[in-house]
Design a binder for this molecule. Structure first.
Ligand code: SF4
Length: 315
């Protein structure tokens, strides 16, 4: 899923990522693939059949790769994987251990996790985010549905109540945390009530960004054969409704930072403004000199337009 991950993260990547050459230097942000494969068998997903067993790059190899990227100007690495939270599964390492070593790389400004399952955000990872100052206060935790009936049919291993409880705890623990997510609408037999449960849960959690997917049957997966497939019209309507909620939530999240300082990785010039992404994943535009492109800088937020923020640097 690297392209999907890159799309989520708003960055362009060249085609044909592979295991060996897993990094893609992208100006100041680089994707580093550390894991592949999944054995979760969500009922709608082809990945476990297509990608096979869990596989993780050795820690030492990842460290060397990231060190080289940092020497080449990378400020932020985005760790990617099909099932990132299972990095190291079956071996002698895990994601917390990898992060601990990455934090020590001199010159690396930030580490971002592309996506992690609810049950895999361990206390050690939370501790590292809070204490290190290097791991972005941004967690992308796939929800998929806010209905327990639908979650069970999806073969997802959590309940809606657990999702709300756990994410609230993460928000309490991690200052200024951005929570983003994936949701599927129109899963077979999803009722209006199921859909409403998803919508209400999304509002309760207060995600700062939603990726909404209309269910599409994948040949060879159990869900493709489920009865009560949902019509495209209903999927379209549910998707549009969630996108509207997502836009409102993104705007509300950004509003919290007007008048405050954000740590921004300066990516490029766009007209009169420099543009970058904050550690908690808000697009920020501000005036400043070109020579800070590629650095992490503090921006005082002075204004907002929908989910985007405007500001100025300290100079
Ligand atoms: S949706 Fe994610 S966790 Fe579920 S089977 Fe697919 S890759 Fe694995």
């Amino acid at each position: 899923l690297p392209r999907r991950v890159a799309d989520k993260l708003g960055i362009d990547i060249p085609n044909s990522a592979d295991r060996a050459g897993a990094h893609r230097p992208l100006h100041t942000r680089s994707l580093v693939k550390v894991q592949d494969g999944c054995n979760n068998f969500c009922s709608y997903c082809i990945v476990p059949y297509a990608r096979g067993d869990l596989w993780s790059r050795p820690e030492g190899e990842v460290i060397s790769e990231v060190s080289r990227l940092v020497a080449g100007g990378t400020q932020e690495v985005v760790l990617t994987g099909i099932h990132l939270g299972l990095y190291g599964a079956g071996g002698s390492t895990d994601l917390g251990s990898l992060l601990t070593r990455l934090i020590d790389i001199r010159g690396l400004g930030r580490i971002r996790l592309s996506s992690i399952e609810l049950n895999e955000v361990s206390p050690a990872i939370v501790e590292l985010i809070v204490e290190s100052g290097k791991i972005c206060n941004h967690l992308h935790i796939p929800l998929q549905s806010g209905s327990n009936d639908v979650l069970a049919r999806m073969n997802r291993h959590y309940t809606a109540e657990a999702f709300v409880e756990r994410t609230a705890e993460l928000k309490r623990r991690i200052p200024n945390l951005a929570l983003t997510t994936d949701v599927i609408v129109g899963f077979p037999a999803e009722t209006e009530r199921d859909f409403e449960s998803s919508a209400r849960l999304i509002e309760t959690v207060g995600f700062s960004k939603l990726h909404v997917f209309k269910f599409s049957p994948r040949k060879g997966t159990p869900a493709a054969g489920f009865s009560d497939q949902i019509s495209n019209d209903v999927k379209d309507a549910r998707s549009a409704a969630l996108l509207g909620i997502g836009a409102t939530l993104a705007e509300q999240f950004a509003t919290n930072y007007v008048g405050k300082d954000l740590s921004v990785l300066v990516e490029r010039r766009q007209g009169n403004y420099l543009s970058g992404i904050s550690d908690n994943y808000i697009r920020v535009y501000f005036e400043g000199p070109d020579d800070i492109i590629g650095t992490i800088t503090t921006v005082r937020v002075t204004g907002q337009e929908q989910a985007m923020l405007y500001g100025k640097t300290g100079e």
